[in-house]
Design a protein. Structure first.
Length: 242
């Protein structure tokens, strides 16, 4: 069992590093697209990292304007992408191969919370989360939150044309985020290390039939579509082992 867990952890690290390289390519592509926005109306910050009480958070892109704040999560995945608004994980299908990845809507919601917390913004401040996929993917998703291809993101941002913030507030938020942005390579390496550690710890718990979300036992349960392994803390915890 110990050898199996070690092998799984090694595979997760290799997969994480590969995804990071692909992710960087997608982020640069979207950064180039966002650079076409009128810089007198829109302030763009790419690869933002801020610290909150919950730790460090890396955010792909933030656009600040009098029309609101846009928080963008970029995915450079290929193949068919399936998912819904409230799914814990989404599915990537390439030919006969399937893989799971964290629901990017939920991931980006955490980024929105981090910005609100770091800047002490209340709910009245308009923050728009956007999930963007490059054209390597074919989206088959069912969501209310905006999920789109990268070549549509500019039109979407420009379509939000109701003024919700003053120019002074835009300027303050922009420079506050620049001030809070962590440039230190050591801190950024620590952030990546923490992600890898969290992935490894999560996999260890699942392999030992422990819910990674609440710590209760994972048990066999019956649902509409057959048997599955889920958290014994249901309905308070709805974790399902994929």
């Amino acid at each position: 069992m110990g050898i199996i867990i070690i092998l799984i952890i090694i595979m997760l690290i290799i997969k994480f590093n590969g995804a990071k390289i692909k992710g960087n390519v997608g982020e640069k592509r979207v950064a180039n697209i966002l650079s076409t926005l009128d810089n007198t109306k829109y302030k763009v910050i790419n690869n933002l990292m801020i610290r909150t009480e919950r730790g460090t958070t890396q955010i792909d892109h933030v656009v600040i304007s009098i029309y609101g704040i846009f928080v963008i999560e970029t995915k450079n995945y290929k193949g068919l992408i399936f998912g819904s608004e409230n799914d814990e994980n989404w599915t990537q299908v390439i030919y006969k191969n399937k893989g799971k990845f964290r629901n990017p809507i939920k991931q980006n919601y955490g980024h929105v919370l981090s910005i609100r917390e770091r800047l002490s913004l209340d709910s009245s401040t308009n923050i728009n989360p956007i999930v963007v996929f490059t054209n390597r993917a074919t989206l088959k998703v069912n969501t209310k939150s905006p999920v789109m291809y990268d070549n549509n993101v500019i039109d979407y941002i420009r379509s939000c044309n109701s003024i919700v913030m003053s120019i002074d507030m835009v300027t303050r938020i922009y420079y506050d985020l620049l001030m809070f942005n962590i440039d230190s390579k050591d801190v950024r390496k620590e952030h990546v290390h923490n992600i890898k550690s969290n992935l490894s710890e999560r996999e260890k718990k699942i392999q030992n039939n422990i819910c990674p979300r609440c710590g209760k036992a994972l048990v066999m349960r019956n649902g509409k579509n057959g048997s599955f392994i889920g958290c014994s803390g249901f309905p308070k915890c709805r974790f399902i082992r994929n």
